[in-house]
Design a protein around this ligand. Structure first.
Ligand SMILES: [Zn+2]
Length: 421
């Protein structure tokens, strides 16, 4: 039975050149006594934009594992797959993020909703859950509404889960995550409970679940929202999961997966406290920003690397609308804050790096500049060998940035509890 450990951390490597630099961060953390399992994830959308194949993720990860002598577990996540996109990930992935967000809210047959309510009278009324301050109070109508909203999404998760299990030789041969984060409305803790009961009934042996949390999770920048409210909901979600595991027989290692969109630094102390209090596990995806560290490293290399970084920015400025469109709900670019191409052309590498590197409070850091470049990786992909050649020529400075970013800005505050500027 393939079982995910207590702590796992998803990294993305769009151009398949940084797996070693990423893995080094996990080794540094292990040397400090905290074992966190690396999971390399890449979605179908990213593969399509880059023109890569799923096997390339496993190949790069495997090479890094061998090169660094990593003896712990590691996984390759088919990120945000659906029934129509899962097949080409089957040979190379052992972790599947089953995305059913599109089926949320599709009206479910009322007979099936009523059958669910009849089977679970315990969900109606006052429900005390260990660790939740105020008991949930629900009416049959509340459960009817929530079950009606999520029932078909859970059925779809079941269909995809069975599809994978048949082709992987059984459900013990892969790790399943169910993701519901790419949708409009967050799931409240009582809604999460109903979803978990639906999943248990459907026989989906999920080891991680990714709800949509309250607040905004923009790509590559910090959380925007009410921190106190996030903390309450996160704590209640952990309690709900523990309850659902005990009561409904879900896998005992089931844990929350935070699709962070990278760099939710202000949430890290909250998450750290919650995990320490509850003993719960965590899977966190911070996938997108390794590519920005590549750009930072190229800029710092001055010369050709900096010239290419500037050229990518110039092209990004010319195509702000089309580059942003697929990410409209997860970026907030203030056009007035974007420096002109001429301005950036006059920058030294260090200045480009300081505008891009995410150090909150550092006066030159520019979140709009960062978000635009974050969604502009397609432009680097178009450069093909030129881009990859520069990564290779400047491997040392790029790798240093990749490792430091993951270790200092993510792992240290999450797992060691020290904030780093
Ligand atoms: Zn996600």
């Amino acid at each position: 039975m393939l079982t995910l450990e207590r702590f796992s951390f998803g990294v993305g490597d769009r151009f398949a050149h940084q797996a070693r630099a990423q893995l080094r961060a996990f080794q540094m953390l292990a040397a400090r006594g905290v074992e966190v399992v690396p999971v390399w994830n890449k979605s179908n959308r990213e593969h399509t934009f880059i023109g890569s194949e799923p096997q390339s993720v496993r190949t790069a990860a495997e090479a890094a594992v061998v090169a660094l002598g990593w003896t712990g577990s590691w996984h390759v996540d088919a990120d945000h797959i659906r029934i129509e996109t899962v097949d080409r990930f089957l040979p190379s992935s052992d972790f599947f993020t089953i995305d059913v967000a599109d089926s949320i809210g599709r009206p479910a047959p009322s007979a099936e909703v009523e059958a669910f309510i009849a089977k679970h009278p315990e969900l109606v009324g006052s429900l005390s859950i260990a660790g939740v301050a105020t008991p949930f109070r629900t009416t049959a109508d509340d459960i009817r509404r929530v079950a009606g909203k999520y029932l078909l999404a859970v059925r779809e998760a079941g269909r995809i889960h069975r599809h994978i299990a048949e082709r992987k030789g059984g459900e013990g041969n892969f790790i399943a995550e169910v993701s519901m984060d790419e949708t409009d409305a967050p799931q409240t803790p009582p809604e999460l409970l109903v979803v978990l009961v639906l999943l248990a009934d459907e026989g989906v042996r999920a080891q991680t679940i990714a709800p949509k949390f309250t607040g905004r999770f923009n790509k590559g920048v910090d959380y925007v929202g009410d921190l106190a409210r996030f903390e309450r909901e996160f704590d209640d979600d952990l309690a709900v999961i523990a309850h659902a595991v005990a009561r409904y027989g879900l896998p005992s290692n089931l844990k929350l997966s935070v699709h962070s969109g990278s760099d939710k630094f202000s949430l890290y102390p909250i998450i750290r406290r919650a995990l320490a209090r509850s003993g719960a596990g965590l899977h966190i995806k911070t996938a997108g920003t390794t590519w920005l560290e590549e750009l930072i490293g190229l800029a710092e290399s001055e010369g050709e690397g900096l010239a290419l970084a500037k050229e990518i920015y110039r092209q990004a400025l010319e195509h702000v609308e089309e580059l942003s469109a697929p990410y409209a709900s997860v970026i907030d670019i203030d056009r007035g804050q974007l420096p002109s191409a001429a301005t950036v052309d006059g920058w030294q590498g260090g200045q480009f790096a300081r505008a891009l590197r995410h150090i909150p409070g550092q006066p030159e850091f520019n979140p709009s500049f960062r978000q635009l470049l974050h969604v502009s990786f397609k432009l680097a992909a178009k450069k093909g060998r030129t881009y990859l050649g520069l990564l290779e020529a400047n491997e040392e400075i790029v790798a240093k940035n990749v490792t430091e970013n993951i270790y200092e800005r993510h792992m240290v505050p999450l797992f060691l509890g020290r904030t780093v500027g």
